[in-house]
Write a protein that binds this ligand. Sequence first.
Ligand SMILES: Cc1cc2nc3c(=O)[nH]c(=O)nc-3n(C[C@H](O)[C@H](O)[C@H](O)COP(=O)(O)OP(=O)(O)OC[C@H]3O[C@@H](n4cnc5c(N)ncnc54)[C@H](O)[C@@H]3O)c2cc1C
Length: 227
Amino acid sequence: MFARGGDIRTEEVVDVRARRGGVRVCTGAGLALQADVAVIATGASLAHLARRCGVPVPAPVSRGYSFTVAVDRPVPGPIYLPEARAMCTPHRDGMRVAGMAQLLDPDREDIRDNVRSLIASARPLLEGVRWNERGDVRVGEGPVTSDGRPLIGATPVAGVHLAGGHDRWGFTHGPVTGRLPAEQITTGTRPEALRAFDPLRVAVKWRVDTGRPPVASQVLSAAGSPS
Ligand SMILES: Cc1cc2nc3c(=O)[nH]c(=O)nc-3n(C[C@H](O)[C@H](O)[C@H](O)COP(=O)(O)OP(=O)(O)OC[C@H]3O[C@@H](n4cnc5c(N)ncnc54)[C@H](O)[C@@H]3O)c2cc1C
């Protein structure tokens, strides 16, 4: 890539817009970078820049969380607790507990409530777990669409593409997510395989709450004209 003139910069991008036959990428440090094309692939933060380009990605993301607890005796193997919606696995001298991914607004929801609720559900099902001795709480998050498919393709802003929304499949799908938009950008023709992932497909009804189906007004406002 470098041999072909490539350059890598690490900057926080705050805006992407069409400018003089190409795109302008504005950074938080006040830089304005000019490019022929931009691909927004900002993972769980996709909503902000995508919305500015006319794709109404919702702020809530799929959030999974896990933590480690101390145990009185070694855990012999993985334990699935469907009633508690938890998966427990041996981890060093303790046990790693992972909850189900949930749709949450990262700016409003406090993950500690989910951890407490998971513990309340799992506590009656397991003996010898010292739930108060826990640590290494981690949260993983990613945008997720109502039809479960990622958003890959052109936005209404000329020269700006989107590649994200893979939820828990981004490692697996990453290589092809890179290759197909590159083909579209360099040839000007959208590969047929990308049709189902059009960021503006009408089939996407954004889930904007925390698990319940969206009410009609939310679907309409989320799928309507971008602001
Ligand atoms: C616990 C966990 C386990 C998983 N296991 C698997 C698995 O087994 N298999 C699988 O396929 N997938 C798995 N996934 C999902 C996978 O991690 C994601 O789907 C994938 O990382 C998404 O890739 P991405 O490039 O779209 O986004 P990310 O990997 O999130 O990358 C986005 C990048 O953009 C940067 N960024 C964000 N905002 C800005 C900005 N404004 N300006 C500049 N940079 C910005 C971020 O810092 C980040 O580096 C797992 C996820 C989690 C949380």
